[in-house]
Design a protein around this ligand. Structure first.
Ligand SMILES: Nc1ncnc2c1ncn2[C@@H]1O[C@H](COP(=O)(O)OP(=O)(O)OP(=O)(O)O)[C@@H](O)[C@H]1O
Ligand SMILES: [Mg+2]
Length: 231
């Protein structure tokens, strides 16, 4: 498949995820208004506004994709700050029966990458974990400082690990999870673009990705992103 076609499908996929985020927040608002619980609506409205803003940025990215050089949208930031600012949104995505825990290491250093693509990657991982736990469960997002999983290349990495207590992945499925359009979900639920888009982001950031899974016990997907050289 041509790279531009894949990227266009991937951006449309992430755009659709943002629309789904807005739909979940609106339905939560509707439930709370119906129950007369209006005191914390402000934070839910903020989550919806953030998703709207991100969807707008994604649309802009699609329109300017051919014009931008690959690393033009990279920025220097703290992974923990990015996760904390997304926590309300991630809890809305996970839904009521799933506990979302953040285990953020104090020592995490700064990274340089496209923060917007990183957000899309985190949303994709949380959606996958949610879908693997239809009866509820736990999602843990952990950060840390580490070295390369591929031997000592002298590079330090920040790790981001999303672990769930869901259905897990069998070995025959595990071989295919990064193939574009590979999905085990029913039509209309999954398109098979989440993990290929995450791999594209990680490759672009010169990082690594690992998938560890035990059927019936759960899955852990770990991203390694290079620590930014301070300038
Ligand atoms: N946390 C997980 N637990 C169990 N299976 C998973 C998990 N993450 C991914 N998978 C498996 O990998 C497949 C591919 O994932 P991917 O995110 O690329 O596509 P998708 O979730 O099926 O569809 P999309 O992300 O496009 O909506 C999934 O269909 C599922 O079988
Ligand atoms: Mg997915």
């Amino acid at each position: 498949m041509h790279m531009i076609d894949l990227l266009a499908s991937g951006v449309a996929h992430d755009f659709n995820n943002r629309l789904q985020c807005m739909a979940s927040v609106l339905s939560l608002i509707r439930v709370r208004v119906a129950a007369g619980r209006t005191s914390d609506l402000g934070s839910l409205i903020e989550v919806a506004e953030r998703s709207l803003d991100s969807a707008g940025k994604l649309a802009h990215r699609l329109m300017t994709a051919a014009r931008k050089t690959p690393h033009q949208s990279d920025s220097l930031f703290q992974l923990n700050d990015a996760l904390l600012s997304m926590s309300d949104l991630l809890r809305c995505i996970a839904g009521e029966g799933i506990a979302l825990r953040l285990a953020l290491s104090d020592s995490v250093t700064r990274i340089r990458c496209d923060s917007h693509l990183l957000e899309c990657a985190i949303i994709n991982l949380v959606i996958n974990s949610r879908d693997a736990m239809p009866k509820g469960g736990i999602i843990t997002i952990e950060t840390g400082n580490t070295y390369s999983p591929k031997g000592d290349d002298g590079q330090e990495y920040v790790s981001l690990c999303v672990t769930d207590s869901g259905s897990g992945i069998t070995s025959d499925v595990l071989e295919k999870v990064f193939e574009p359009f590979f999905t085990t979900k029913p039509p209309g639920v999954g398109t098979g673009l989440g993990l290929p888009m995450i791999r594209h982001f990680v490759d672009r950031a010169h990082g690594h990705i690992e998938v560890h899974s035990t059927p019936q016990q759960g899955t852990c997907i770990k991203l390694y992103l290079p620590v930014a050289a301070e300038s």
